[in-house]
Design a protein around this ligand. Structure first.
Ligand code: S3P
Length: 433
C-alpha cells in the first residue's frame, strides 16, 4: 500500500448511534471464489469492497471469469465452472491478503495451467509452508522463496490425489486451501484441526449444495464437486464491528447499535471475551442469512475487568486481539493472552506491534512468546504511534485514542482500506464531543 496518511485524533465525551459495518472479509473472499467456480450467474450483495477482497476479484478476472460490478457492494459473477478458469497472462497480485494467496493456492494447484502469486512487502514475509506442505502431499507443485515458504509462489497446476491431513495449527486458511484443492480432486479429502477455526468455507460449500461433511475436529469433501451459481448476501464483519464494540464499552456514557453483523460461533469469540470482562453486549433480531447466523449488537459502556484468554477461544477471536488489548488497558486488573503465537505471523507481528504501541502511550503491555500480559491502567497518554502497515493496529490505536488524555497521531493509516473502507467517517459519525 503506497499511500500513507498520518492522522491526529482527540478523545471524545461519548459515542451514540446506529451503524452498519462493511461486509465480512472472509465471507466476501469465499463468495467471490465459490461464485467463480460455480456454473452460471451468482448475484452477490453486501460484498466488502476492501483492498483484500478486490485482490481476489482481480485474480478471478485475470483467470477469465466475467464479473459485472453493479454498485459499490453488489456484483454479478458469471462463473464458468471448475473447468472454466484460464491460464493468467501475468503474475497475480494478492496485495496484503493472506486469504487470497492461501486459498487461491488451493484452487490453482488443481488447475491445468501455470500461475504465479505475489503480494505486498508484508505478505511476501508471511509463511506459506503451512499450505505448500499439505497441498504438496496431494501432489501439488508449488515453488517459492525460502525453501517454498515465501511468495512469490509459482504453481504448476495439475491433477491431485486426495489426502487425510492433520494440521498442527487451527487455521481456516490452511483448512480451506486443502478443501478447495480437494473439491477439484477425485476421491475423499479430509482435513483435521486442533481447534475449530472459522467454518465459512464449509457453510458456503453446503449453501452451494455440496455434500460437505463437518465433524468435531475437521471437515471432509468428496470431489470433484459440481456447483451452480446462487445468490449470496454477505453479513457485516464482526471483526470490523469489534472496534466499535470496544469503543462503546470503554467510552463512558455510550450506546451503539451495530446492525446486521455476522455472529457465526467460530467468529464470535470477541463477544464471549468482552462479556466475560463485564461488557454489556446484547444480541437482537437473531436470524440466518445464506447459511450464516446474523444479529444486531447493542453495546453500552461498562466497567471491565481483566481475564485469562487461551485455548479454543483464540481461533474464535484471532483477528480481534489488537483491539482486545485496548479493552484490557481500560479494564481493572490483568488480562493474560496465551496460545496465540499465530499473532506473530499476521499482517505484522501483532504481539510486538500492540505492546510497543500501548507502552508508547503509557500503557503496560508485556509481550510473551505466545501472547501478552496486559495490566489495566485505566488511562493512556497522547503521543505518536505507527500502524506498522497493519489495518487492525491502525484501527485499534484509533479506538484507544478515544480515551487518551491528549492527542494521538497515527502514522500510515491508509492501510485501513484493506478491510474497512469508511472507518474514519463512521468513527466521526458516532462521536459526540
Ligand atoms: C481468515 C482466517 C484467519 C484470519 C484471516 C482471515 C480466512 O487466518 O486471521 O484474517 O478468511 O480464512 P488463519 O486461518 O490463518 O488463522
Amino acid at each position: 500500500m503506497e499511500k500513507q496518511e498520518k492522522r491526529t485524533l482527540t478523545g471524545c465525551a461519548r459515542l451514540r448511534g446506529e451503524i452498519n459495518v462493511p461486509g465480512d472479509k472472509s465471507i466476501s473472499h469465499r463468495a467471490l471464489m465459490f461464485a467463480s467456480l460455480a456454473r452460471g450467474r451468482s448475484q452477490i450483495s453486501g460484498l466488502l469492497q476492501g483492498e483484500d477482497c478486490l485482490a481476489t476479484l482481480r485474480a478471478f478476472r485475470a483467470l477469465g471469469v466475467h464479473v459485472d460490478t453493479q454498485d459499490h457492494t453488489r456484483l454479478c459473477v458469471h462463473g464458468a465452472g471448475l473447468a472454466g478458469l484460464k491460464e493468467p497472462a501475468d503474475v497475480i497480485d494478492c496485495g496484503n491478503s493472506g486469504t487470497t494467496m492461501r486459498l487461491m493456492s488451493g484452487i490453482l494447484s488443481a488447475q491445468p495451467f501455470f500461475s504465479v502469486l505475489t503480494g505486498d512487502q508484508y505478505l511476501r514475509k508471511r509463511p506459506m509452508k503451512r499450505i505448500v506442505e499439505p497441498l504438496g502431499k496431494m501432489g501439488a507443485r508449488i515453488f517459492g522463496r525460502d525453501g517454498n515458504n515465501r511468495a512469490p509462489l509459482a504453481i504448476v497446476g495439475g491433477s491431485l490425489t486426495p489426502v487425510k491431513y492433520s494440521s498442527v495449527i487451527a487455521s481456516a486458511q490452511v483448512k480451506s486451501a486443502v478443501l478447495l484443492a480437494g473439491m477439484q480432486t477425485e476421491g475423499v479429502t479430509t482435513v483435521y484441526e486442533p481447534h475449530l477455526s472459522r467454518d465459512h468455507t464449509e457453510r458456503m460449500l453446503r449453501y452451494f449444495g455440496v455434500a460437505l461433511e463437518s465433524f468435531s475436529g475437521g471437515a471432509q469433501v468428496t470431489g470433484p464437486v459440481e456447483m451452480d451459481g446462487r445468490d449470496l448476501v454477505v453479513p457485516g464483519d464482526i471483526s470490523s464491528a469489534a472496534f466499535f464494540l470496544v469503543a462503546g464499552l470503554i467510552v463512558p456514557d455510550s450506546e451503539l447499535l451495530l446492525k446486521n453483523v455476522g455472529v457465526n460461533p467460530t467468529r464470535s469469540g470477541i463477544i464471549d471475551i468482552l462479556r466475560q470482562m463485564g461488557g454489556s453486549i446484547e444480541l437482537l433480531n437473531e436470524r440466518e442469512q445464506c447459511g450464516e447466523p446474523v444479529a444486531d449488537l447493542l453495546v453500552k459502556s461498562s466497567q471491565l475487568s481483566g481475564i485469562d484468554i487461551g485455548g479454543e477461544l483464540v481461533p474464535r477471536a484471532i483477528d480481534e486481539f489488537p483491539v482486545i488489548s485496548v479493552a484490557a488497558t481500560f479494564a481493572a486488573g490483568v488480562t493474560q493472552i496465551s496460545d496465540a503465537a499465530e499473532l506473530r505471523v499476521k499482517e505484522t507481528d501483532r504481539i510486538e506491534a500492540v505492546c510497543s504501541s500501548l507502552n508508547k502511550l503509557g500503557g503496560r503491555a508485556e509481550p510473551l512468546a505466545d501472547g501478552m500480559h496486559i495490566t489495566g491502567t485505566g488511562h493512556l497518554n497522547g503521543g505518536s504511534v505507527s500502524s506498522f502497515g497493519d489495518h487492525r493496529i491502525a484501527m485499534s490505536m484509533a479506538i484507544a485514542s478515544l480515551r487518551t488524555s491528549a492527542d494521538v497521531t497515527i502514522e500510515d493509516t491508509a492501510c485501513t482500506e484493506t478491510s474497512f473502507p469508511g472507518f474514519w467517517a463512521l468513527l466521526n459519525h458516532i462521536r459526540q464531543d
